[in-house]
Write a protein that binds this ligand. Structure first.
Ligand code: NAD
Length: 249
Protein backbone atom coordinates (compact mmCIF):
# COMPACT_ATOMS: atom_id res chain seq x y z
CA UNK A 1 0.00 0.00 0.00
CA UNK A 2 1.38 3.41 -0.93
CA UNK A 3 0.71 5.57 2.10
CA UNK A 4 1.98 8.91 0.79
CA UNK A 5 2.70 10.12 4.31
CA UNK A 6 6.47 10.47 3.99
CA UNK A 7 7.63 13.76 5.51
CA UNK A 8 4.12 14.70 6.65
CA UNK A 9 3.85 16.26 10.10
CA UNK A 10 1.64 14.22 12.43
CA UNK A 11 0.40 14.99 15.95
CA UNK A 12 -0.82 12.13 18.15
CA UNK A 13 -2.49 13.02 21.45
CA UNK A 14 -1.94 10.66 24.38
CA UNK A 15 1.04 9.20 22.54
CA UNK A 16 3.21 8.19 25.50
CA UNK A 17 1.85 4.65 25.77
CA UNK A 18 -0.86 2.22 24.67
CA UNK A 19 -2.68 2.76 21.39
CA UNK A 20 -1.34 6.31 20.91
CA UNK A 21 2.26 5.14 21.18
CA UNK A 22 1.64 2.35 18.65
CA UNK A 23 0.03 4.85 16.25
CA UNK A 24 2.93 7.31 16.60
CA UNK A 25 5.50 4.60 15.86
CA UNK A 26 3.51 3.18 12.93
CA UNK A 27 3.24 6.65 11.38
CA UNK A 28 6.98 7.17 11.79
CA UNK A 29 7.65 3.80 10.12
CA UNK A 30 5.74 5.13 7.11
CA UNK A 31 7.98 8.20 7.03
CA UNK A 32 6.01 10.82 8.98
CA UNK A 33 7.60 13.17 11.52
CA UNK A 34 5.60 12.65 14.68
CA UNK A 35 4.91 14.97 17.60
CA UNK A 36 3.59 13.26 20.68
CA UNK A 37 1.28 14.99 23.11
CA UNK A 38 1.05 13.48 26.58
CA UNK A 39 -0.29 14.29 30.02
CA UNK A 40 1.85 12.77 32.79
CA UNK A 41 4.13 9.95 31.61
CA UNK A 42 7.45 11.77 30.93
CA UNK A 43 9.42 8.52 30.68
CA UNK A 44 6.94 6.89 28.26
CA UNK A 45 6.95 10.00 26.08
CA UNK A 46 10.75 10.06 25.99
CA UNK A 47 10.86 6.35 25.05
CA UNK A 48 8.39 6.90 22.23
CA UNK A 49 10.29 9.84 20.74
CA UNK A 50 13.56 7.92 21.05
CA UNK A 51 12.02 5.12 18.98
CA UNK A 52 10.77 7.58 16.36
CA UNK A 53 14.05 9.48 16.02
CA UNK A 54 15.93 6.16 15.78
CA UNK A 55 14.05 5.66 12.51
CA UNK A 56 15.44 8.93 11.17
CA UNK A 57 12.26 10.99 11.70
CA UNK A 58 11.87 14.25 13.59
CA UNK A 59 9.96 14.03 16.82
CA UNK A 60 9.09 15.94 19.96
CA UNK A 61 7.04 15.27 23.06
CA UNK A 62 4.81 18.05 24.40
CA UNK A 63 3.18 17.82 27.80
CA UNK A 64 -0.30 19.37 27.72
CA UNK A 65 -3.74 18.50 29.04
CA UNK A 66 -6.02 18.16 25.99
CA UNK A 67 -9.00 19.34 28.06
CA UNK A 68 -7.30 22.73 28.56
CA UNK A 69 -8.17 24.93 25.57
CA UNK A 70 -5.36 27.46 25.96
CA UNK A 71 -2.74 24.77 26.65
CA UNK A 72 -3.78 23.00 23.43
CA UNK A 73 -3.77 26.23 21.40
CA UNK A 74 -0.26 27.05 22.62
CA UNK A 75 0.94 23.50 21.91
CA UNK A 76 -0.34 23.57 18.31
CA UNK A 77 1.15 27.08 17.76
CA UNK A 78 4.54 25.84 18.98
CA UNK A 79 4.35 22.82 16.67
CA UNK A 80 3.47 24.99 13.65
CA UNK A 81 6.34 27.38 14.46
CA UNK A 82 8.86 24.56 14.75
CA UNK A 83 7.62 22.08 12.10
CA UNK A 84 5.88 24.44 9.63
CA UNK A 85 2.49 22.74 9.35
CA UNK A 86 0.28 20.01 10.78
CA UNK A 87 -0.87 17.51 8.14
CA UNK A 88 -2.24 14.71 10.34
CA UNK A 89 -4.02 14.86 13.70
CA UNK A 90 -4.85 11.72 15.65
CA UNK A 91 -7.13 12.50 18.59
CA UNK A 92 -6.31 9.51 20.77
CA UNK A 93 -6.10 10.83 24.37
CA UNK A 94 -8.82 9.34 26.52
CA UNK A 95 -9.71 8.22 30.03
CA UNK A 96 -12.35 6.14 31.82
CA UNK A 97 -13.96 6.81 35.21
CA UNK A 98 -16.51 3.98 35.30
CA UNK A 99 -19.49 3.99 37.64
CA UNK A 100 -23.22 3.40 37.52
CA UNK A 101 -25.11 6.63 36.93
CA UNK A 102 -26.71 6.45 40.39
CA UNK A 103 -23.21 6.51 41.97
CA UNK A 104 -21.38 8.65 39.43
CA UNK A 105 -19.90 11.84 40.84
CA UNK A 106 -20.34 14.98 38.80
CA UNK A 107 -16.51 15.20 38.71
CA UNK A 108 -16.32 11.75 37.05
CA UNK A 109 -18.79 12.89 34.39
CA UNK A 110 -16.98 16.18 33.76
CA UNK A 111 -13.45 14.78 33.72
CA UNK A 112 -14.33 12.18 31.07
CA UNK A 113 -16.35 14.56 28.89
CA UNK A 114 -13.71 17.30 29.18
CA UNK A 115 -10.81 15.00 28.28
CA UNK A 116 -12.40 12.70 25.70
CA UNK A 117 -14.85 14.99 23.90
CA UNK A 118 -13.76 18.58 24.60
CA UNK A 119 -10.18 17.40 24.03
CA UNK A 120 -11.14 16.42 20.47
CA UNK A 121 -12.82 19.81 19.98
CA UNK A 122 -9.79 21.72 21.35
CA UNK A 123 -7.20 19.87 19.26
CA UNK A 124 -9.25 19.83 16.05
CA UNK A 125 -10.12 23.53 16.30
CA UNK A 126 -6.47 24.39 16.77
CA UNK A 127 -5.38 22.62 13.56
CA UNK A 128 -8.24 23.07 11.08
CA UNK A 129 -7.45 26.60 9.92
CA UNK A 130 -3.96 25.51 8.86
CA UNK A 131 -5.39 22.45 7.08
CA UNK A 132 -8.04 24.60 5.37
CA UNK A 133 -5.35 26.99 4.11
CA UNK A 134 -3.26 24.15 2.70
CA UNK A 135 -6.41 22.42 1.36
CA UNK A 136 -5.35 19.06 2.73
CA UNK A 137 -5.23 17.20 5.99
CA UNK A 138 -6.32 14.07 7.80
CA UNK A 139 -8.00 13.83 11.18
CA UNK A 140 -8.64 10.50 12.89
CA UNK A 141 -10.58 10.38 16.15
CA UNK A 142 -10.32 7.39 18.47
CA UNK A 143 -13.84 6.56 19.63
CA UNK A 144 -14.87 3.19 21.12
CA UNK A 145 -17.50 0.52 20.67
CA UNK A 146 -18.77 1.88 24.01
CA UNK A 147 -19.82 4.96 22.05
CA UNK A 148 -21.45 2.85 19.34
CA UNK A 149 -23.53 0.54 21.53
CA UNK A 150 -23.61 2.22 24.98
CA UNK A 151 -22.19 0.29 27.93
CA UNK A 152 -23.72 0.18 31.45
CA UNK A 153 -21.37 1.64 34.05
CA UNK A 154 -19.84 3.87 31.37
CA UNK A 155 -22.49 6.60 30.89
CA UNK A 156 -19.75 9.25 30.88
CA UNK A 157 -17.38 7.31 28.59
CA UNK A 158 -20.12 6.10 26.20
CA UNK A 159 -21.46 9.66 25.92
CA UNK A 160 -18.01 11.08 25.21
CA UNK A 161 -17.22 8.41 22.59
CA UNK A 162 -20.69 8.68 21.01
CA UNK A 163 -20.15 12.44 20.90
CA UNK A 164 -16.87 11.87 19.07
CA UNK A 165 -18.76 9.89 16.41
CA UNK A 166 -21.24 12.72 15.79
CA UNK A 167 -18.39 15.25 15.90
CA UNK A 168 -16.54 13.23 13.24
CA UNK A 169 -19.55 13.05 10.92
CA UNK A 170 -20.33 16.78 11.22
CA UNK A 171 -16.72 17.91 10.82
CA UNK A 172 -16.22 15.58 7.83
CA UNK A 173 -19.06 17.39 6.05
CA UNK A 174 -17.63 20.83 6.92
CA UNK A 175 -14.15 19.98 5.67
CA UNK A 176 -14.74 17.66 2.69
CA UNK A 177 -15.04 20.59 0.24
CA UNK A 178 -11.50 21.57 1.29
CA UNK A 179 -10.02 18.12 0.68
CA UNK A 180 -9.70 17.20 4.37
CA UNK A 181 -10.69 13.70 5.57
CA UNK A 182 -12.15 13.19 9.04
CA UNK A 183 -12.83 9.65 10.26
CA UNK A 184 -13.22 7.74 13.51
CA UNK A 185 -12.02 4.39 14.73
CA UNK A 186 -14.04 2.48 17.34
CA UNK A 187 -11.86 -0.13 19.08
CA UNK A 188 -13.28 -2.96 21.16
CA UNK A 189 -11.06 -4.53 23.84
CA UNK A 190 -7.42 -3.66 23.13
CA UNK A 191 -4.53 -4.83 25.35
CA UNK A 192 -3.43 -1.62 27.10
CA UNK A 193 -3.40 -0.16 30.60
CA UNK A 194 -7.00 0.93 30.02
CA UNK A 195 -8.34 -2.63 30.24
CA UNK A 196 -5.89 -3.76 32.96
CA UNK A 197 -8.39 -2.81 35.65
CA UNK A 198 -11.24 -4.95 34.28
CA UNK A 199 -11.93 -7.86 36.68
CA UNK A 200 -10.73 -11.27 35.36
CA UNK A 201 -14.28 -12.66 35.37
CA UNK A 202 -15.53 -9.77 33.18
CA UNK A 203 -12.57 -10.24 30.82
CA UNK A 204 -13.52 -13.92 30.43
CA UNK A 205 -17.10 -12.93 29.65
CA UNK A 206 -15.90 -10.41 27.07
CA UNK A 207 -13.64 -13.01 25.41
CA UNK A 208 -16.61 -15.37 25.09
CA UNK A 209 -18.49 -12.70 23.15
CA UNK A 210 -15.63 -11.80 20.79
CA UNK A 211 -15.76 -13.95 17.63
CA UNK A 212 -11.93 -13.88 17.34
CA UNK A 213 -11.67 -15.07 21.00
CA UNK A 214 -8.85 -12.67 21.80
CA UNK A 215 -8.31 -9.01 22.61
CA UNK A 216 -6.83 -6.71 20.00
CA UNK A 217 -3.30 -5.30 19.99
CA UNK A 218 -2.46 -1.58 19.87
CA UNK A 219 -0.51 -2.25 16.65
CA UNK A 220 -3.69 -3.54 14.96
CA UNK A 221 -5.46 -0.25 15.72
CA UNK A 222 -2.37 1.61 14.50
CA UNK A 223 -2.52 -0.18 11.11
CA UNK A 224 -6.09 1.02 10.62
CA UNK A 225 -5.13 4.58 11.52
CA UNK A 226 -2.22 4.47 9.05
CA UNK A 227 -4.69 3.40 6.35
CA UNK A 228 -7.06 6.26 7.26
CA UNK A 229 -4.34 8.91 6.98
CA UNK A 230 -2.87 7.42 3.79
CA UNK A 231 -3.56 8.11 0.13
CA UNK A 232 -5.25 4.70 -0.06
CA UNK A 233 -8.27 6.08 1.84
CA UNK A 234 -8.56 9.36 -0.06
CA UNK A 235 -12.31 8.89 -0.79
CA UNK A 236 -13.28 7.87 2.75
CA UNK A 237 -14.62 10.52 5.12
CA UNK A 238 -17.16 10.78 7.95
CA UNK A 239 -16.89 7.05 8.67
CA UNK A 240 -16.64 5.13 11.93
CA UNK A 241 -14.74 1.87 11.60
CA UNK A 242 -15.10 -0.72 14.36
CA UNK A 243 -11.97 -2.71 15.19
CA UNK A 244 -13.15 -5.23 17.74
CA UNK A 245 -12.60 -8.81 16.53
CA UNK A 246 -16.20 -8.94 15.28
CA UNK A 247 -17.82 -8.04 18.62
CA UNK A 248 -20.21 -5.41 17.23
CA UNK A 249 -21.76 -6.10 13.83
P1 NAD B 1 -4.05 4.32 27.84
O1 NAD B 1 -4.57 4.65 29.19
O2 NAD B 1 -2.93 3.35 27.72
O3 NAD B 1 -3.65 5.65 27.07
C1 NAD B 1 -4.41 6.83 27.16
C2 NAD B 1 -3.54 7.98 26.73
O4 NAD B 1 -4.27 9.20 26.88
C3 NAD B 1 -2.30 8.10 27.60
O5 NAD B 1 -1.18 8.33 26.79
C4 NAD B 1 -2.57 9.33 28.47
O6 NAD B 1 -1.42 10.04 28.82
C5 NAD B 1 -3.44 10.14 27.53
N1 NAD B 1 -4.23 11.12 28.25
C6 NAD B 1 -5.15 10.90 29.21
N2 NAD B 1 -5.65 12.07 29.63
C7 NAD B 1 -5.03 13.05 28.92
C8 NAD B 1 -5.11 14.45 28.88
N3 NAD B 1 -5.97 15.11 29.67
N4 NAD B 1 -4.32 15.14 28.03
C9 NAD B 1 -3.46 14.47 27.22
N5 NAD B 1 -3.35 13.14 27.19
C10 NAD B 1 -4.12 12.43 28.04
O7 NAD B 1 -5.27 3.83 27.04
P2 NAD B 1 -5.40 3.29 25.54
O8 NAD B 1 -6.12 2.03 25.63
O9 NAD B 1 -4.11 3.37 24.81
O10 NAD B 1 -6.42 4.40 25.00
C11 NAD B 1 -6.16 5.20 23.86
C12 NAD B 1 -7.50 5.63 23.29
O11 NAD B 1 -8.19 4.47 22.82
C13 NAD B 1 -8.43 6.29 24.29
O12 NAD B 1 -9.13 7.35 23.69
C14 NAD B 1 -9.39 5.19 24.66
O13 NAD B 1 -10.63 5.68 25.10
C15 NAD B 1 -9.49 4.45 23.34
N6 NAD B 1 -9.98 3.08 23.44
C16 NAD B 1 -9.25 2.12 24.10
C17 NAD B 1 -9.75 0.83 24.18
C18 NAD B 1 -9.01 -0.28 24.88
O14 NAD B 1 -9.57 -1.38 25.03
N7 NAD B 1 -7.79 -0.11 25.31
C19 NAD B 1 -10.98 0.54 23.60
C20 NAD B 1 -11.69 1.52 22.95
C21 NAD B 1 -11.16 2.80 22.86
Amino acid sequence: MKTGIENKIAVVTGGSHGIGRAIAIALAKEGAHVIINYHRDDKGAQNAIDEITAQGRRSKAIKADVSNYSAVTNMMKDIKNEFGSIDILVNNAGITRDNLLMRMKVEEWQEVINTNLSGVFNCSKAVVIGMMRQKSGKIVNISSISGVTGVPGQINYSSSKGGIISFTKALAKELAPLGINVNAVAPGFIETKMIDGIPVQNKKMALDLIPFKRFGKPEEVASLVVFLVSEASSYITGQVINIDGGLVT
